[in-house]
Design a protein around this ligand. Structure first.
Ligand code: ZN
Length: 426
């Protein structure tokens, strides 16, 4: 069976490339969420012809949803001959904007030197195509399989996934007993299993001052100078403290094994984008957005507490310092157990297909696994797929065709093991 499966996937190489090209040629750019419906239909109509039941689910009233830009998701399900576990492959269909610096057309799906080029080839239409080909090959050879296979194409991953996986998880579509094992073919390389991701805290800090004429700043109180004091405290205390924290999570790249904080934006005073001369005012407000990524060893309360302690100390020690703090987004770190069935099945398949042991990694940024864990309460979930993570969102993004074929072979074998019970399920 396994040898036949490998040969069949190899025989579908041209079909895999063509499917990747077809997906890339639909420019599902997010924001605003362009062409989600035709992309969902490409997947849905293809799988309908192969015996899948298809559901198109529009996430109405989620951010960005409108009749012009409907948040259209697709779930395809095929039940086998007997009851059994369900293996689900989930891919996001949205891509980020092309941006500048391309030497090829980002939406042409050009094939050159064994690679497919274009926005989304790596992140993650190549992985989506590989999972579809893997499942089709498996079903052709094993039409009377037990259990169920699902493939979903979901929207808005690049903007938080609220209209995509989070919406479907709220409908119960990513929970037991409907689904048992989830593989998300994000580009983590064909020999690596991504067990989860770090946590996220986004917040906005505002410092307050009082307005006055700019020629007499001593009559007002400059909110930007107060923010300068915050920055200074971050430089002196917070950044060194975060850099000194190390995780036992196998996060890649190496730098992301520490806690990190990015200052996403800072603004105070004269509005940006105004072309005229400024009016002479002392700014009475300054706002900074922070993007803090934290480790599984840290608690969210502690993460927030470090920032609050600095702000409170400045309130106590610095003349006129007043602040407010607003939470924007919180994501708890996730790490699937290495002994979980989906991890073991994919690890064994990597060893058989690629003849080398699997590597285990944690993603520096979060992806849709967060919603499956937190809303769906389903923890047998990993990211595994072809493509080099560093190429995601870059100009001249590509995916290597050999890598797509190899990862399709791994996915098919892992799905076979999970459905036949060889990897143990529960
Ligand atoms: Zn992605």
């Amino acid at each position: 069976m396994l040898a036949a499966l490998q040969a069949r996937i190899e025989g579908k190489r041209a079909e895999l490339v063509a499917l990747t090209q077809d997906l890339v040629r639909i420019p599902t750019v997010n924001p605003p969420g362009e062409d989600y419906t035709p992309c969902a239909q490409l997947i849905g109509e293809r799988l309908r012809r192969r015996g899948f039941e298809i559901a198109y689910i529009r996430a109405e009233n989620t951010p960005g949803d409108s009749d012009r830009h409907p948040r259209t998701n697709v779930i395809a399900r095929r039940s086998g001959a007997r009851p059994g576990p369900c293996v689900h492959f989930n891919s996001h269909i949205d891509v980020v904007e092309a941006g500048h610096g391309w030497t090829v057309d980002p939406f042409a799906g050009l094939v050159r030197d064994g690679k497919v080029y274009g926005r989304g080839t790596c992140d993650m239409k190549g992985g989506l195509a590989a999972s579809i080909i893997a499942v089709e090959a498996l079903i052709e050879l094993w039409p009377d399989f037990s259990g169920a296979i699902e493939i979903s194409g979901t929207v808005d991953e690049e903007s938080g996934g609220l209209g995509g996986v989070a919406h479907l998880a709220r409908m119960g579509l990513f929970s037991k007993p409907r689904v048992d094992h989830v593989i998300i073919p994000e580009p983590l390389n064909k020999d690596r299993i991504c067990l989860g991701h770090r946590g996220v805290w986004w917040a906005e800090i505002e410092t307050h001052g009082s307005i006055a004429h700019g020629s007499m700043p001593f009559l007002g109180d400059c909110a930007v100078r107060h923010m300068g004091a915050v920055m200074e405290a971050f430089e002196q205390e917070l950044f060194p403290k975060l850099a000194a924290k190390h995780t036992s999570m196998p996060v890649v790249p190496e730098g992301a094994k520490s806690s990190t904080l990015n200052i996403n934006s800072i603004h105070g005073g004269q509005p940006e984008g105004f072309g005229g001369l400024p009016s002479p005012c002392v700014p009475d407000s300054c706002r900074m957005v922070i993007d803090r990524r934290f480790l599984i060893e840290e608690h969210l309360d502690e993460v927030k507490g470090e920032v609050v302690a600095i702000l409170d100390r400045l309130s106590a020690t610095r003349q006129g310092f007043r602040y407010s703090l607003k939470d924007l987004l919180e994501v708890i770190p996730t790490m699937t157990d290495r002994q979980a069935p989906v991890v073991r099945a994919v690890a064994e398949a990597i060893e058989t297909v690629l003849d080398r042991p699997a590597d285990y990694v944690i993603s520096p940024g979060s992806y849709d696994q967060k919603h499956i864990a937190r809303i769906g309460h389903l923890h047998d979930c990993i990211a595994y797929g072809p493509g080099i993570l560093d190429l995601a969102h870059r100009p001249d993004e590509f995916v290597v065709i050999d890598d797509m074929v190899d990862s399709a072979r791994v996915m098919a074998q892992a799905a076979h093991a999970l459905l036949s019970g060889a990897a143990g399920h529960g």
